[in-house]
Design a protein around this ligand. Structure first.
Ligand SMILES: Cc1cc2nc3c(=O)[nH]c(=O)nc-3n(C[C@H](O)[C@H](O)[C@H](O)COP(=O)(O)OP(=O)(O)OC[C@H]3O[C@@H](n4cnc5c(N)ncnc54)[C@H](O)[C@@H]3O)c2cc1C
Length: 409
């Protein structure tokens, strides 16, 4: 039995805590916040084995440059003279090629499918978090975007995922809840969804039963290191001895890694969401409005919209109305029977997706510090990949054969 200290109580940290504690390890989760509203809470709740193509892909640089001149666009890099941003951009450029995509696709598929199986196991125990397998509907309007969507769908089919294709006229046969202006759609049968806040409540109660100690408002500020090993983790409240340290601090992971003299290339990809409570007459299937890359998720009686990816820094906590306007415009363009208004600031949530330049998460033991495991950088798929990541973390800590063996993570 090992004494495992988890830094970061987002969905990656909590799932790691779960699988470690289940194997009998003594687990402490440290989080600087009260763990009630971070990136793992207000996201779109989609479990997406369909998302096999990483963000770093051919064409993304050219598309990104075009989008940079539109303040309502779905992807944006806030320009600034910053060494980390420049390094991140250069690494992104190096990864945005077909050979990287081809290596990444089967790896992402396997990790996602494992995660979905693990979510199903949780749901069998107690589906208080509204896990449902309704698939994911990709709705598009223009021929150019339709072509990309069909190309991605074929790639997913080639990897063994089940996909259905719909013409404009056929869409009402699959989305029966609400009319759309889409000219075509693709349904990924592999995908599922849940209510993130409810899942986090569920996993916290499981951790309580397993005796995990969760320390709120405990910011990790330093470490004591000797002979290539972390001896203690120092928080604003105490000093804790550690056999194993798991770094799961999302977009803050690089600043913590710096204390350990390690470099991690992860930047926050800021995104927004808002939810309509007790909304009747909305779409029934989780959907992506492809032109604006807006996610639409029915969650129980609520309907959540999420979108935009703005590569920025962790202190950028202002709500950018133009980004929200982009999301709202997309919704109203796709659904003629809805008239959604830009939400007020108090009803708007934002989160920082931890983005690596490769578009792939890091789930591995560190080469320099032998008792450090890093599990971070899940970008737009952290909810989707969390249980599988937690399982891999447990297997790495125990030196076991990995459930998903891949050199890429
Ligand atoms: C609009 C939007 C929609 C999204 N939709 C989806 C989706 O549908 N499906 C999907 O799979 N993913 C989605 N995501 C992405 C997903 O939310 C993230 O990938 C995921 O939440 C990242 O989890 P994490 O645990 O790595 O990080 P976080 O949830 O950010 O957790 C990190 C934790 O570390 C803590 N921390 C930081 N520094 C310190 C410190 N020094 N000491 C102690 N604690 C510290 C923080 O307080 C935080 O609680 C979406 C994201 C956004 C923004």
């Amino acid at each position: 039995m090992k004494n495992c200290i988890i830094i970061g109580g987002g969905i990656i940290g909590l799932c790691s805590a779960y699988y470690l504690a289940k194997e009998g390890h003594q687990v402490t989760v440290l989080d600087k916040s009260d763990m009630s509203d971070g990136c793992s809470y207000g996201n779109a709740g989609m479990i997406v084995p369909s998302h096999v193509i990483p963000l770093a892909q051919p064409g993304m640089i050219a598309q990104g440059i075009k989008w940079m001149f539109d303040s309502t666009s779905p992807f944006y890099v806030k320009p600034r003279l910053d060494r980390e941003l420049i390094n991140w951009g250069l690494k992104f450029y190096k990864h945005a090629n077909q050979s990287h995509v081809e290596k990444a696709m089967p790896a992402l598929r396997d990790l996602s499918l494992l995660s979905k199986e693990l979510y199903k196991e949780f749901a069998k125990e107690n589906n208080s978090f509204l896990y449902q397998e309704k698939g994911l509907l990709m709705l598009y309007k223009s021929d150019a975007v339709g072509e990309d969507i069909l190309h991605e769908a074929k790639a997913a089919e080639n990897l063994g995922l089940e996909v259905s294709y719909y013409s404009k006229e056929e869409i009402p046969s699959v989305e029966k809840g609400l009319n759309t202006n889409a000219t075509g759609a693709v349904l990924y049968h592999s995908d599922a969804h849940l209510y993130p806040q409810k899942f986090l409540a569920f996993i916290k109660s499981e951790l309580e039963k397993l005796g995990v100690s969760i320390q709120l408002n405990s910011l990790v500020k330093d470490f004591e290191v000797s002979q290539g090993k972390i001896d203690t983790v120092i928080t604003t409240k105490e000093k804790i001895a550690a056999d194993e340290v798991i770094l799961c601090s999302g977009s803050w992971s690089p600043e913590i890694a710096k204390k350990l003299k390690l470099k991690l290339s992860i930047l926050p990809g800021k995104g927004y969401s808002f939810s309509l409570k007790n909304f009747k007459g909305g779409p029934t299937i989780p959907s992506i409005l492809c032109e604006g890359k807006v996610a639409v998720t029915p969650m129980g009686n609520d309907l959540r919209f999420g979108g935009t990816m703005e590569i920025t820094h962790n202190n950028d906590t202002k709500i950018n109305k133009n980004r929200l306007k982009g999301i709202v415009n997309s919704i109203n363009e796709f659904y003629p029977d809805l008239d959604i208004q830009i939400p007020e600031e108090k009803d708007t949530w934002f989160g920082f997706r931890p983005c690596t330049p490769s578009g792939l998460p890091i789930i591995s033991r560190n080469e320099k510090l032998k008792n450090l495991v890093i599990a971070s950088g899940h970008a737009m798929m952290g909810l989707s990949l969390a249980p599988a990541t937690g399982k891999l973390v447990q297997e790495i800590v125990e030196g076991k054969k990995l459930s998903v063996s891949n050199q890429l993570f």
